[in-house]
Design a protein around this ligand. Structure first.
Ligand code: SAM
Ligand code: DTB
Ligand code: SF4
Length: 335
């Protein structure tokens, strides 16, 4: 096991991040193999349960109502449709099912009641249920927890300094507040960000510092690469050089040794060899299925071919919970 730290400085992170690439990957691979089963990859499936028409101005997002992106607005899906999608995701090997809504925040209305119903239904299928619904307050987080929600995704997206260049309709503190509400409710925290938003290296380092210096590391850290969508203000951004993605993953792995680091949006632009380097650098989770929320992603079958080629195996649902309870039994057994 590696030391868990919450006091990283920018200088320390820069020293890790700025190493020559292969020594950095080797260091991350060593941390990875000490803290995880090397080659085991958690598979999450994503479903957009409410699409488009969002009031926010997130400059990367195809679902913001103010940008002309051609995304079809779709109101909240029926619970039965969501359950069918979860059944298909499970059959494809996913252990976590994540439901996303293009909302600024959760409101206490019949739509939220329906999401609670969805959470209960998917939870009964022996899958880890995850939601990403925008900002939530303490009471809403408690209701989700009671319904059986396993994880909540809410990204910090970038550094505190770069944030206002990307989003003006809510603050960095709003984001941190939601994360704290999720944590207080006892729900597993999933939080990461995006590279390719026009940020500098210092902002990438700043984002990792925010995440690792939270009172508790997020259990999952998605590292998204911008999927440029025509109509959004960032659609013409420069492509992120591949080594920057590897550096992000490796540095996240070293700073948050026990977290799942998710190689998230942007995989369609990567070769299998490039993804292999990301897995070497400590990525141990992916979104699988041919669609993310609104943009394409590699399909289950091409991912399974990649798993076979690289010797990766899908991680079972609730493996971390089972591992923790086994540790507890061992710690409490009489010597
Ligand atoms: N509306 C909710 C929110 O903003 O928290 C939940 C859904 S939102 C689409 C979830 C995350 O998807 C964002 O925080 C962002 O990190 C990521 N995302 C959105 N559009 C993206 C894009 N074009 N490329 C990469 N990641 C993207
Ligand atoms: C996360 O970090 N990435 C996912 C998930 N959390 C919700 C979303 C990626 C969205 C990519 C753009 C789209 O498909 O709309
Ligand atoms: Fe809305 Fe979320 Fe997209 Fe921002 S990222 S515009 S809040 S759906």
């Amino acid at each position: 096991m590696s030391e868990i730290r919450h006091n990283w400085t920018k200088q320390e992170i820069k020293a890790v991040y700025g190493q020559p690439l292969l020594p950095l990957v080797l260091q991350a691979a060593n941390v990875h193999s000490k803290n995880h089963v090397f080659g085991e990859v958690q598979i999450s499936s994503l479903l957009s349960i409410k699409t488009g028409g969002c009031s926010e101005d997130c400059a990367y997002c195809p679902q913001a109502a103010r940008y002309n992106t051609g995304v079809q607005v779709q109101s909240l899906m029926k619970t039965s449709e969501v359950v069918s999608a979860a059944v298909a995701a499970k059959a494809g090997g996913a252990s976590r099912f994540c439901m996303g809504a293009a909302w600024r925040e959760v409101r206490d209305n019949s739509d939220f009641d329906r999401v609670i119903e969805m959470v209960k239904a998917v939870n009964e299928m022996d899958m880890e249920v995850c939601c990403t619904l925008g900002m939530i307050n303490e009471h809403q987080a408690a209701r989700l927890a009671e319904a059986g929600l396993y994880a909540y995704n809410h990204n910090v997206d970038t550094s505190e300094e770069h944030y206002s260049e990307v989003i003006t309709t809510r603050t960095y503190d709003d984001r941190l507040n939601t994360l704290s509400n999720v944590r207080k409710a006892g729900i597993s925290v999933c939080s990461g960000g995006i590279i390719g938003l026009g940020e500098k290296e210092e902002d990438r380092i700043g984002m990792l510092m925010t995440l690792a210096n939270l009172p508790q590391h997020p259990e999952s850290v998605p590292i998204n690469t911008l999927v440029p969508v025509a109509g959004t203000p960032l659609s013409e951004n420069d492509k992120v050089p591949f080594d920057e993605l590897v550096r992000m993953i490796a540095t996240a792995r070293i700073m948050m040794p026990q977290s799942a680091v998710r190689l998230s949006a942007g995989r369609l632009a990567l070769s299998v060899a490039e993804q292999a380097m990301c897995f070497m650098a400590g990525a141990n989770s992916i979104f699988a299925g041919d669609k993310l929320l609104t943009t394409p992603n590699p399909g289950f079958s091409s991912d399974m071919e990649m798993f076979k080629l690289l010797g990766l195996t899908p991680k079972a649902a609730f493996a971390d919970v089972k591992e923790k309870s086994e540790q507890n039994v061992m710690e409490h057994e009489p010597a």
